[in-house]
Design a protein around this ligand. Structure first.
Ligand SMILES: Nc1nc2c(c(=O)[nH]1)N[C@H]1C(S)=C(S)[C@@H](COP(=O)(O)OP(=O)(O)OC[C@H]3O[C@@H](n4cnc5c(=O)[nH]c(N)nc54)[C@H](O)[C@@H]3O)O[C@H]1N2
Ligand SMILES: Nc1nc2c(c(=O)[nH]1)N[C@H]1C(S)=C(S)[C@@H](COP(=O)(O)OP(=O)(O)OC[C@H]3O[C@@H](n4cnc5c(=O)[nH]c(N)nc54)[C@H](O)[C@@H]3O)O[C@H]1N2
Ligand code: SF4
Ligand SMILES: [Mo]
Length: 713
């Protein structure tokens, strides 16, 4: 202990009364969730450091995690349960007790159920990924099919593209690969722990290709950076397929034995010559050829996708399908150093140990429930996911079709996540009864009938497992502040009070975790003995599982032509091939609109200091990029006589926002990049509500036509 004390400047110990407690930061990406050493004095956090024993973050913290004290002790924290007494959208709330809040909620939801209409209730979970299985189960045992989440704009469409091609999502085996094709991801900003691994791999000789419209820190490290126009990914991928096939660089044995639809695909890609792809994507043809050769000849090679940018397009799923087909085409499917089929999951991430997650979240067959929100419009979403599509939720609330949605129980909801965020607000206004739980009192909370205060990760217990086998069950480092509670407390108290028939949910949070992770042999009790985490018993990695298990597609093979898409071709116009078409709002698709709106607006590329709507409120992170601003290229700025920090107006046929100009070499001419989540300049007011990919329902956040001009012009 003395050595430890000396190392830490003698701060912890009996004399100072400071104790170091272990926790994790849940501010950003669940793949990071860095370890925290919290210095606690008299029940208060006085200092924050990265936890060295944390096998994922290894002592590192980003600017957001370093601002943990500002996050936890922020004045916007909701302090007590609140009941709205003024009109919707007003700040007029009164404090009520938890008992009163729970009784009001139970009364409203139980009445709906008694009336035989539980499907009229939507259960929504925002970025709060750590409580999802429990909310999903609560929704389904209550009887509504309408559990939905922020995954209606994140991750699920990427998983759909994998499933359409191969019947299952895959993960890049980065540790064992010699070549990594990063198809849109910026981990230096979004997943810092992964960034470290990539930099080490690069230092040890791994080749890297990065496909990104911007010159990101990762793109700058790459051997080849394919800087394409947003939304043209499909054309690029098909051209790479063209080179790989026409130069005979593909894995003939894998294609012959395990792929369906090769001849159709081969015929289709002939039109995507590198020359044509250059015209569409603006990537020089030589680079396309070079990348195709590198990815197909260095073995093994892995493909690293991202949860959102490529699928934030009206053609997103088909574009990602085209890119992901390169994995099988080059024989890198489910092999060491290639892309591995994921096994069990915990909190939506591959756990590496067996779980009963799937059985837990779907306690009832879909056939026993009514149709889900979005089911008719989005049949592929229905086939391949276990949720309702939240992007169509406002449509159903506002139209009452095919049946009304009148109640909502949300765990962290931010209307600015939706395209046409005003439309979502109108939908929230129409609800008869709306409850939300949140850490901070947000603009969305103003529309709720009841607002419940929940606590942050450092005030609660959470089980987190990581890809490398590391697992940690945290204990609250400080008591929940004010009258806040953990989301888990709220969920399991409601499980007692709602009219549900579910013995397991009556047993509480830890018993439910034990049930899900049961097959692994681990228990919460055991995990508690390791406050700084431990290693989970890992399943042995198995390669080429398709040899024994086949592919979970309709043809039983990997599919160049999706038989599921073919089933819906006549009624929905889906093409079985991964066809490329330009974004619905683009100069190619709407030349007449492009005359007045010539720029491609690309929204929501992550900034290192901000996470969606949340860390804008912290003084430290805010100081790193104080203004709501948009990145524009130097050439465009010169042409429009815009100087750094000038006010500019970004407009679309739908609306306009005013921000500061940030002149940047990072971005291509003709493209404007702006963050989402700014309260004073909400980009989602610029987008039509149902500007979506017809396969996934994901919004086209990453490409739509717009204009920029200097404010006051
Ligand atoms: N234009 C545009 N829009 C986008 C995107 C884009 O790229 N461009 N990206 C989309 C993507 S990928 C995503 S993931 C979404 C994210 O969108 P959201 O999920 O809406 O993200 P947040 O605003 O971080 O979180 C929603 C709310 O959850 C609250 N919250 C945070 N932690 C907790 C907790 O532990 N418990 C509870 N109960 N509440 C909590 C926050 O305070 C916040 O009010 O945005 C989407 N919207
Ligand atoms: N700091 C921070 N970290 C975060 C988040 C955050 O808000 N802030 N959010 C978390 C969430 S919810 C998510 S989904 C992840 C996202 O994580 P990432 O995908 O790593 O990050 P993004 O910045 O959204 O997008 C990655 C890159 O995609 C590029 N891109 C944009 N449009 C296109 C396109 O059309 N094609 C291609 N090929 N690339 C394109 C952008 O230029 C960007 O550099 O980050 C997570 N981590
Ligand atoms: S916000 Fe920063 S410190 Fe916290 S989990 Fe994310 S990367 Fe780690
Ligand atoms: Mo996301």
């Amino acid at each position: 202990m003395l050595k430890e004390q000396l190392k830490k400047g003698k701060i912890p110990g009996e004399i100072t009364g400071i104790e170091v407690k272990k926790s994790i930061c849940s501010i950003c990406n669940p793949h990071s969730h860095c370890g925290l050493d919290l210095y606690i004095k008299d029940g208060e956090i006085v200092k924050v450091e990265g936890m060295l024993e944390h096998k994922n973050s290894r002592g590192t913290l980003c600017s957001k995690g370093a601002s943990t004290r500002q996050y936890v002790y922020h004045p916007d924290r909701i302090k007590t349960p609140l009941k709205r007494v003024g009109p919707k959208g007003s700040d007029e709330f009164v404090a009520i007790s938890w008992e009163e809040a729970y009784s009001i909620i139970a009364e409203k939801f139980n009445r709906l159920k008694k009336e035989g209409e539980p499907e009229k209730a939507a259960f929504f979970v925002g970025y709060t990924k750590w409580m999802r299985p429990f909310v999903q189960r609560l929704a389904h045992t209550y009887g509504t099919p309408n559990y939905c989440s922020e995954s209606s704009t994140c991750f699920k469409a990427m998983a759909m593209a994998w499933k359409l091609n191969y019947g299952a999502p895959t993960m890049p085996d980065i540790g064992n690969t010699n070549c990594l094709l990063v198809w849109s991801s910026n981990p230096m900003y979004t997943n810092t722990t992964q960034a470290e691994i990539l930099m080490d791999k690069k230092d040890s000789g791994m080749k890297m290709i990065v496909v990104d419209p911007r010159k990101t820190p990762l793109a700058n490290l790459a051997d080849i950076h394919l800087q394409l126009l947003p939304g043209t990914d499909g054309a690029l991928a098909l051209a790479m397929g063209n080179v790989i096939i026409n130069e005979g660089l593909y894995d003939k044995e894998f294609v012959d034995d395990h792929f369906h639809g090769f001849d159709e695909y081969k015929a289709y890609i002939q039109q995507f010559t590198p020359e044509r792809a250059e015209e569409i994507t603006k990537v020089p043809k030589e680079k396309i050829i070079e990348a195709a050769r590198l990815y197909s000849t260095v073995k093994p090679a892995a493909f690293m996708p991202s949860a959102s940018p490529v699928v934030h397009h009206t053609n997103g799923v088909q574009n990602y399908r085209a890119a992901m087909l390169l994995v099988g085409l080059t024989g890198n499917f489910d092999v060491m150093g290639g892309n591995l089929v994921k096994g069990s999951v915990w909190l939506e991430s591959p756990s590496g140990f067996p779980t009963c997650n799937q059985e837990y979240i779907t306690p009832k067959p879909w056939s026993e429930m009514k149709e889900r929100i979005g089911e008719k419009e989005l049949p592929i979403w229905k086939e391949l996911t276990d949720e309702a599509q939240a992007i169509l939720m406002p449509k159903q609330i506002l139209s009452g079709e095919p049946y009304p949605i009148t109640h909502m129980l949300a765990f962290g909801i931010n209307h600015r996540m939706w395209p046409d965020s005003e439309n979502m607000l109108n939908a929230l206004k129409k609800l008869e009864f709306f409850v939300t739980t949140d850490i901070f009192f947000t603009d969305t909370c103003k529309y709720a009938d009841i607002v419940l205060p929940v606590c942050t990760s450092v005030e609660r217990s959470e089980l987190k497992s990581y890809n490398n086998g590391y697992i940690i069950y945290t204990q609250p480092a400080i008591k929940p502040l004010f009258e806040s509670k953990s989301d888990a407390d709220v969920i399991f108290e409601l499980a007692k009070r709602l009219d549900i028939d579910d013995d397991l949910m009556q047993k509480g949070y830890e018993a439910n975790i034990d049930w899900i992770i049961g097959p692994s042999g681990m228990t919460v009790e055991e995990l508690k003995k390791h406050p700084s985490g431990t290693m989970a018993p890992k399943d042995p990695v198995r390669y080429k599982k398709y040899l024994t298990e086949g592919f979970h597609t309709l043809s039983g093979k990997a599919e160049f032509t999706s038989e599921l898409l073919r089933q819906y071709q006549a009624d929905y116009g889906f093409d079985p091939l991964p066809v490329y078409k330009p974004s619905d709002s683009s100069a190619a698709a709407m030349p007449e609109v492009a005359v007045k709106y010539p720029f491609i607006i690309n929204t929501g590329s992550r900034l290192p200091m901000y996470v969606h709507s949340r860390t804008f409120r912290l003084p430290w992170t805010k100081s790193l990029r104080p203004n709501s601003s948009a990145d524009i290229n130097v050439e465009d700025a010169d042409r429009l006589q815009i100087q750094q920090d000038d006010d500019i107006v970004i407009s679309t046929p739908k609306g306009s926002v005013k921000v500061k100009a940030n002149i940047s070499e990072m971005i291509l001419p003709g493209v404007v990049s702006i963050s989402h989540g700014y309260t004073d300049a909400d980009v989602n007011t610029l987008i039509e509500a149902y500007y979506i990919d017809p396969i996934s329902g994901f919004p086209g956040f990453k490409a739509f036509l717009g204009n920029i001009e200097k404010a006051g012009n």
